[in-house]
Design a binder for this molecule. Structure first.
Ligand SMILES: Nc1ncnc2c1ncn2[C@@H]1O[C@H](COP(=O)(O)OP(=O)(O)OP(=O)(O)O)[C@@H](O)[C@H]1O
Length: 463
């Protein structure tokens, strides 16, 4: 979603502007002072900034060019209570998009904002496809295009990036693409899953340790930050870092120097940080569970990946690509679709996003075996169940994909339980297909040996 920042000390104006902007389908946030506005402009992605001239701590007019230099190169629209010819000239000369005098009509604001967004879209849609290699990222929705434009900006700079979005929306995929398109692409891309690191090991895993630093440290070991030297470190699930490790990491981020656990000297390290979280990190800051100073450092650029349910146009594209990849991997002839299959994919909300979609399509390919066309009947049972339930509640009596009768037991399961059941049945089918050979299961699923073992243990699958 495109984002607009309103810098104005009048709460009435802010509320009025927020309503207009929201009614146009954009996100709107207010800042009451120049300082707060600048802080926000530097720490997140903004498409447009509405800037008041007389602010409690200075003149908006004098700060236009500074705002335009913010990481997302926002367009600036001056909103002033005292319009003067000189002021208008100064605003336009310093790069403002427009100069609107308050009280402005609804139409004047709407029109100016609409135009600036259109121009930005036109510029943005030409550039990502030309400059950004995005082979692994499927989809052509406007929402995804916005994210690709932001990723293109990110790949051209060395600023820290925060990628947010629900699980399975493609945060790691985007992080890799930013790295691959950046000047560091020849360097390493090191992934750290903060959620999977036991608290006691975080320090030594990230910073390394010297021999004898703790019981069991029989030899010295380089940390993952050192491994990322010259490249990018991707901190997944950043919100899971404990307060003490957040503090330590903030220092490393500021100084780009690390000291291994048990070591007595610091050494320089050159890495670029991309962090990701599916949690409401600002909420964590408010609760005191995440350091605000670290968040300010990390989110120089922010990319928010929208869930698949609000960019349904991408569903078919991702699914078709997944069918092709999966057929190729299993040595099957490429498959087509019954229209009902595509309709079912569009109707299901995909709470697990692209990850769930790809897993469902793979399960369908496996189930269809040598049948040339995919049908809803091939989809996992929890998806057919949900579609059947939705069809029952659908008063518009649209054509419903043919589906098997509801298994009664699933009626009562929660979404999490459905997901668990789907994962287990997927794994069982993969195990059968791979004749229970772990290496083959890794090949078929693209999961690591450790991940496969974890899932086998979790679902109590006997091999
Ligand atoms: N737009 C897309 N096109 C093709 N594949 C995609 C797309 N988005 C996500 N995927 C695939 O979906 C799966 C999940 O993506 P990824 O691991 O990047 O998500 P994530 O947001 O990091 O998830 P989590 O928060 O659970 O770590 C991967 O297999 C990825 O390749």
């Amino acid at each position: 979603m495109k984002q607009v920042l309103i810098i104005d000390d009048d709460p009435g104006v802010c509320g009025f502007m927020e309503d207009i902007i929201a009614s146009m389908g954009y996100g709107a946030t207010c800042a009451p002072t120049l300082a707060k506005g600048m802080e926000m402009a530097l720490s997140a992605h903004w498409d447009v900034i509405f800037l008041d001239v007389h602010l409690p701590d200075g003149s908006g007019l004098a700060a236009v060019s500074q705002f335009r230099k913010a990481p997302s190169s926002p367009s600036v629209i001056i909103l002033t209570g005292e319009g003067t010819a000189d002021g208008a000239a100064q605003a336009i000369q310093s790069g403002a998009w427009d100069y609107i005098v308050k009280p402005a009509t609804l139409d004047a604001i709407r029109l100016s904002l609409k135009h600036v967004m259109e121009i930005r879209q036109a510029r943005g849609s030409a550039s990502p496809s030309l400059r950004f290699k995005r082979d692994s990222i499927a989809g052509d929705s406007p929402e995804l295009s916005d994210c690709l434009a932001a990723a293109t900006d990110a790949s051209g700079s060395d600023a820290n990036v925060l990628i947010t979005g629900e699980s399975g929306t493609g945060k790691e995929l985007f992080a890799r693409a930013i790295h691959d398109n950046s000047p560091r692409s020849k360097g390493p891309f090191v992934v750290v899953d903060c959620a999977a690191l036991p608290e006691t090991l975080v320090e030594s895993v990230l910073f390394g340790h010297e021999k004898g630093a703790f019981t069991g440290a029989t030899r010295s070991q380089e940390g993952l930050i050192r491994e990322a030297d010259g490249g990018t470190i991707f901190l997944d699930e950043l919100g899971e870092l404990s307060p003490s490790n957040q503090k330590r990491f903030l220092r490393v981020l500021q100084e780009k120097r690390i000291r291994a656990v048990g070591g007595d000297r610091e050494t320089e390290v050159d890495f670029r940080l991309i962090a990701a979280t599916h949690r409401d990190i600002e909420g964590l800051v408010r609760e005191g569970a995440f350091r605000e100073d670290l968040l300010f450092r990390i989110r120089s650029l922010t990319i928010t990946l929208p869930p698949l349910r609000i960019r349904r146009g991408d569903t078919h594209i991702i699914a078709m690509r997944a069918v092709g990849t999966c057929c190729h991997r299993f040595g099957l002839a490429d498959k087509g679709f019954y229209p009902e299959f595509l309709e079912a994919l569009t109707r299901y909300p995909w709470p697990g996003n692209a990850r769930e979609l790809i897993a469902a399509v793979e399960a369908a390919v496996i189930r269809a075996k040598t049948e040339p066309l995919l049908h809803p009947i091939h989809l996992p049972v929890h998806i057919r169940t949900e579609l059947a339930q939705a069809a029952v509640h659908d008063s518009t009596t649209r054509k419903v994909p043919s589906i098997e009768p509801l298994p009664r037991a699933l009626d009562t399961l929660s979404h999490a339980e459905h997901m668990e059941a789907a994962e287990k049945s997927y794994l069982q089918e993969i195990a059968t297909l791979a004749e229970k050979r772990i290496q083959e299961m890794c090949r078929l699923t693209d999961l690591s040996r450790a991940q496969i073992y974890r899932l086998i243990k979790k679902h109590n699958i006997t091999l």
